[in-house]
Design a protein around this ligand. Structure first.
Ligand code: ADE
Length: 358
């Protein structure tokens, strides 16, 4: 058994990608910006803007656990990418004074990987597992007793001489994050007895505050109308807002101009991020539903095939925001473009649109 954590310890910036594809960059952040993303991560609860209900509940959970001098129970965060799930995990670890041991579902390939992680935990550590929905079932089964009773059951040997060994683990809190909560098995979900929290999209005012804070940290001078325009086009998502801020800053720097609304309009126009914050892939999804599928309903797999996009990327990254804006609706038979989608793309809606939305 290896004594090191598989792949991701210490914590890496979340959801990094090597992509230079601009359409994906606003969503996942480019690797060259990874360092800046870390710099912009709030280091205290006061700096963490929004998600008020989650923060209030976490405050009670953590304060009460601290008073009892026990680690808080396990916590699950879910929701679209870029809303601050990893940041919350860091803040909780900081508040508890423990270390955050970070890994991810796909990094835990074998039971031995998980055993190495668990047996290396120190009392009071926080184990953060990102993309928990990608854990395999046999690993989940090792996780259950570890989460519930603080023991690691391992099988030693094979065949008739095989024995199980119950190793007691130090008290720890597990925090997991996922963009696909529906993919978690019911038994796994039920073990997050500290709470299962859904992160919400941010309001425009909250994003404007985040952009102002990031601009201050990065030493970028902004005009109020420039900040507002970035917030408006940010997909209600802090990670995207920070990405757009940095790209608009690059443009304004080269043009020797201030970061005004005009500068933001021009630079985001070059990135093909439109007035609603839609990227070319978002618009292609809407256009495909409208033109190829005659307004829908269209299944995610069929959409993925038509667009040469991963169905998971469509359902985890693009669809939540299109739903939030009311540009698509989910029906039992698939996704349907709404009147607002036709209007946004300058298309005429079909006569029977209302029936399709049923
Ligand atoms: N950066 C990313 N998410 C943030 C948040 N919720 N508050 C402040 N800054 C952030």
């Amino acid at each position: 058994m290896s004594n090191t954590f598989p792949k991701h310890t210490p914590a890496e910036p979340e959801n990094l990608s090597d992509t230079t594809d601009f359409d994906h960059a606003p969503v996942v952040g480019a690797r060259s910006d990874a360092f800046l993303d870390q710099t912009l991560r709030p280091a205290s609860w006061d700096e963490y803007i929004g998600q008020e209900s989650i923060k209030n509940n976490l405050h009670i959970l953590i304060t009460a656990a601290k008073e009892r001098q026990t680690p808080p129970e396990h916590i699950l965060f879910y929701g679209p990418p870029g809303l601050g799930k990893t940041t919350l995990a860091h803040l909780i670890a900081h508040e508890l004074g423990g270390s955050l041991r970070a890994t991810s579902g796909p990094a835990i390939e074998r039971v031995g990987d998980l055993a190495a992680i668990l047996t290396n935990l120190q009392p009071g550590d926080i184990l953060f597992i990102d993309e928990i929905h990608r854990l395999s079932r046999n690993i989940e089964e090792v996780l259950y007793p570890a989460m519930e009773s603080g023991v690691l059951n391992i099988i030693i040997g094979k065949g008739p001489s095989a024995r199980t060994l119950d190793l007691p683990l130090p008290p720890f809190t597990m925090i997991a994050a996922t963009t696909r909560v529906a993919d978690l098995s019911a038994p796994l979900r039920s073990r997050f007895s500290g709470g299962v929290f859904r992160l919400e999209f941010y309001s425009e005012d909250e994003i404007a505050k985040i952009v102002e804070r990031s601009a201050r940290i990065l030493g970028i001078e902004t005009a109020a109308d420039g900040v507002r325009e970035i917030a408006r086009r940010s997909r209600s998502t802090p990670r995207t807002a920070n990405y757009l801020l940095k790209r608009a800053r690059d443009w304004a720097q080269l043009k020797r101009t201030a970061l005004t609304k005009d500068a933001v309009d021009a630079s985001l126009g070059l990135l093909e991020v439109d007035q609603l914050g839609l990227t070319p892939v978002d618009r292609a999804i809407l256009l495909t539903i409208i033109e190829r599928f005659h307004g829908g309903p269209a299944g995610v797999s069929a959409l993925g095939a038509a667009l040469s996009e991963e169905p998971n990327t469509i359902s985890e990254v693009h669809e939540p925001f299109l739903l939030q804006l009311g540009l698509i609706e989910r029906t039992p038979r698939g996704r349907v473009a709404t009147r607002a989608a036709y209007k946004h793309l300058g298309k005429k809606p079909p006569e029977d649109l209302n029936e399709r939305l049923l």
